[in-house]
Ligand binder design. Structure first.
Ligand code: SAM
Length: 273
């Protein structure tokens, strides 16, 4: 298993390239976030339905004044969007460069006074008091932190009773799809830190149930997971048409046969402390 040091070095390398970007390219707010999701040339296009579903959950209760933790924030797109919606946001990541980038983006977005950054291992959050947060958002990061002993306990501790947890994750309920993911990751020489082997599924949900109530898993993208094969090609009209046809088929299939959701490849998971 990889160590936190290897994971930190991997993500530091990933984020270093963004630090040199000019302020206008670092800015984040609702319009930028939605614009990125609908831009076929932006990496967010591929996960736009998942990200929209997460935004709907995050906005289900007013964000203004909420103490929000963007957990494993990476470039912090969602944390910065929530700061632009007047939330008080703390960015947390193992990678110091992610935090440097997040704070630079907060400055560029005019929300620096509402954003703090902490570079730390999620398994040891003693810099935060018990019940310090009203809302925790983790996008593609809980599956990384859960493997470290104590991480879930610390997550639960820093949330006040009644606080919401919103997770945006790849979903591992489909064994052939999981095998295909691992095969693709090996074939493309992806590093272990990219996490294809650690995907949230029922076993992890059971672990979450020990600390959280009102747990709901909203799976999406069944045939639409075929979009992974088209990554990098969405500027072509045929690739976009293919993804949209798969999404339309999913809408019908999942509405007519809801148990198929268990076989989907992505999920927004919500819970309450
Ligand atoms: C796949 S990235 C997701 C980043 C971001 N949330 C996003 O959606 O773009 C996973 C993030 O989790 C962070 N991470 C991994 N292990 C961690 C740990 N033990 N404590 C805190 N952050 C961690 C990594 O540094 C990385 O930024």
């Amino acid at each position: 298993m990889i160590t936190p040091e290897q994971e930190r070095a991997f993500y530091d390398r990933q984020y270093a390239q963004f630090l040199a970007m000019p302020d206008h390219a670092l800015r984040m707010d609702r319009a930028v976030l939605l614009g990125n999701m609908s831009n076929p040339e932006h990496p967010f296009f591929e996960r736009r339905r998942l990200y929209r579903a997460a935004m709907v959950e995050l906005e289900a209760e007013p964000l203004a004044g909420k103490r929000v933790l963007d957990y494993g924030c990476g470039p912090a797109d969602f944390g910065l969007w929530m700061a632009a919606e007047s939330a008080e946001v703390t960015l947390l990541d193992l990678s110091p460069l992610a935090i440097e980038l997040g704070l630079k983006r907060a400055q560029a977005s005019g929300v620096a006074r509402r954003v703090k950054g902490v570079a730390a291992d999620a398994a040891k959050l003693d810099m935060f008091a018990d019940g310090a947060f009203d809302l925790v958002f983790a996008c593609a990061s809980l599956h990384h932190t859960m493997k470290y002993p104590g991480a879930l306990e610390e997550l639960a501790r820093v949330m006040r009773p009644g606080a919401r947890l919103v997770l945006c994750e790849t979903w591992g309920g489909n064994r052939p799809l999981n095998a295909a993911r691992r095969w693709r990751a090996r074939r493309q020489g992806e590093e272990e830190e990219q996490g294809e082997a650690i995907i949230l599924a029922e076993a992890e949900i059971e672990l979450l149930r020990r600390h959280f109530g009102e747990l709901r898993v909203h799976q999406l993208s069944l045939l639409a997971m075929g979009k992974r094969l088209l990554r990098g090609r969405f500027r072509s009209a045929w690739a976009r048409a293919a993804v949209m046809a798969l999404e339309a088929t999913d809408r019908v299939a999942l509405a007519t046969c809801p148990p198929l959701r268990a076989w989907c490849g992505e999920a927004v998971i919500t819970a309450r402390r």
